[in-house]
Write a protein that binds this ligand. Structure first.
Ligand code: VGL
Ligand code: ZN
Length: 210
């Protein structure tokens, strides 16, 4: 991977939390998780082969956190650091050039949003996005009703254009997920699917190479 300062990526893909615990067999499984693996792999390939940056976030909790039921929170234990449940789902093809982000390490916070995530050097997602001069964020992964929703809201509030990749996001609760999509669309997020995104990326590249 090139140092950040050599990369400019007006568009970026973010693959949220596609980890074993959020997939079938995991402690907080989103049953439809398997439907989005192939689409996510296509998106990862599309963005990276066209020179755009791919971020991959992981939920990365300590054993004890207020996020878990046992300590006053909402959720069964999941994505505990260094466990199998926290590993990326094996079907996901990440490649070497993705930017890894971790979130949920603070035991006092839920930290659903990728804007609460950091890279291995402690740089925040927002700082990295600004360094890479990202203007548009394409969101895929899990879960529509939590991480995707909160990330989309934070992105919009930080003046990014947001696309929800509807063929590559799924939620914990289908009704809440539908409400989440409506809510972020009312704040300005757009929906997109693969073919459309492919055209969008290609026409952008044509326009800058003229
Ligand atoms: C998430 C529930 C609990 C998410 C994380 O990333 O959407 N949801 N922890
Ligand atoms: Zn979590």
């Amino acid at each position: 991977m090139k140092p950040y300062k050599e990369i400019i990526s007006p568009k970026a893909l973010l693959v949220n939390d596609v980890q074993n615990d959020f997939c079938p067999g995991g402690s907080l499984a989103v049953s439809a998780c398997t439907e989005i693996i192939a689409p996510l792999n296509r998106y990862i390939k599309l963005f990276s082969s066209n020179g755009f940056v791919v971020f991959v976030s992981r939920d990365w909790h300590p054993k004890k956190t207020k996020h878990f039921k046992a300590f006053g929170g909402k959720w069964p234990a999941h994505c505990v650091q260094q466990t199998k449940g926290a590993k990326f789902y094996p079907g996901l093809k990440l490649g070497k050039n993705v930017f890894l982000l971790s979130k949920g390490m603070d035991p006092g916070k839920d930290s659903y949003s990728a804007f609460d995530a950091f890279d291995a050097n402690g740089r925040s997602f927002l700082k990295i996005l600004n360094k890479l001069r990202v203007k548009e964020l394409y969101l895929g992964g899990l879960a529509t009703d939590y991480c995707i929703k909160q990330t989309a809201i934070d992105a919009i509030n930080n003046n990014f254009k947001v696309y929800l990749l509807i063929d590559a996001i799924r939620g914990i609760n289908p009704f809440d997920s539908e409400m989440a999509v409506k809510s972020v669309m009312s704040k300005g997020a757009k929906l997109a699917i693969f073919e459309e995104t492919k055209e969008n990326l290609k026409s952008f590249k044509r326009s800058v190479s003229k």
